[in-house]
Design a protein around this ligand. Structure first.
Ligand code: ATP
Ligand code: TZP
Ligand code: MG
Ligand code: MG
Length: 271
């Protein structure tokens, strides 16, 4: 894997404009659609039980996000997820707030048991809780990534049978055999609600055009984190409002040269 491959995958997203079917939460719906458009993908939000299977079948990727759960939506996720699995469409799962309440924990477990998840993305606490390990969580935010997140990503990937992405100051991607760390990003991302959720959907856009889910995830993190660094420079210390606008602009404008100059990742050797 190298940085040049990441910029060519970004170009591929822009040229092929993949359809990304999202079943997501009410907080981030509009930001997610705008962020997917900015990177070059085609977003659709489709929840009705009557159409969820049909939409997932024609999508390039299906993104399931349990941020504002209801039983009706959980059923939509299972209908869409089973259709995606049947038709070889990658399924990306964001277990928002798993571990915070019993309902979230039970639902994440159900989704992970009933569906074949290609990539799971969350903060360290969410991934630990999804993999059945205890880690403190406050609402939908991680308390502190105190443990070794590389080891956690590796063990969660093995336990869950899915490529695992842990985000925070440093991001980790593991399939249980190879583990990568990505150093891009900016603390202002933590001051914009939906920065994690949009990232999960953008991983969907890359998974739609790249069969190797590890490569798709690492590319997404490098591009997303680099765009955030550029946006922070352009927002002149004004704060999260200006940053959010500049971030959408950066996702739209980020060039191959930007990816190559900002991108920073390494392979972790784990025992
Ligand atoms: P949380 O609810 O814990 O904030 P989240 O679902 O919003 O989780 P994050 O972990 O915040 O997701 O990740 C979203 C993006 O923000 C990722 O690209 C990540 O690299 C970046 N990020 C998060 N924290 C930092 C930080 N302290 N410094 C730089 N980038 C960060
Ligand atoms: N409450 C339920 S979902 C949600 C909030 C605030 C959005 C979480 O978004 P992210 O991307 O995890 O910050
Ligand atoms: Mg965040
Ligand atoms: Mg989140």
């Amino acid at each position: 894997m190298n940085i040049q491959e990441f910029s060519s995958l970004l170009e591929k997203v822009r040229v092929s404009n993949p359809l990304v079917h999202n079943i997501t939460n009410v907080v981030v719906t509009n930001f997610t659609a705008n962020g997917l458009l900015a990177i070059g993908a085609s977003p659709v939000m489709a929840y009705a039980h009557e159409e969820a299977a049909e939409m997932a079948k024609i999508a390039g990727a299906l993104v399931l996000n349990m941020g504002t759960l209801t039983e009706k939506e959980v059923k939509s996720m299972l209908i869409a997820g089973k259709s995606a699995n049947q038709h070889g469409v990658p399924v990306i799962f964001d277990p928002v707030g798993v571990g915070a309440t019993a309902y979230r924990t039970d639902t994440a477990k159900r989704i992970l048991e009933e569906l074949d998840i290609t990539i799971i993305r969350g903060n360290a606490a969410e991934i630990a809780n999804a993999a059945g390990q205890k880690w403190s969580i406050k609402g939908v935010d991680a308390v502190e990534a105190a443990g070794n997140t590389s080891e956690l990503a590796k063990s969660a990937a093995k336990e869950l049978g899915a490529v695992t992405v842990i985000t925070g100051k440093q991001d980790i991607v593991s399939d249980g055999r190879s583990t990568f760390a990505i150093n891009n990003g900016h603390p202002l991302l933590t001051k914009v609600t939906g920065a994690g959720c949009l990232l999960t959907s953008i991983i969907g856009a890359f998974a739609a055009i790249e069969k190797d889910p590890v490569k798709a995830a690492v590319t997404s993190l490098v591009v997303y984190g680099s765009a955030a660094e550029i946006a922070a420079e352009k927002s002149d210390g004004k704060g999260p409002g200006t940053f959010q606008i500049e971030f959408l602009n950066s996702l739209y404008n980020i060039s191959a040269a930007d990816v190559e100059s900002y991108g920073s990742f390494e392979k972790h050797q784990l025992g």
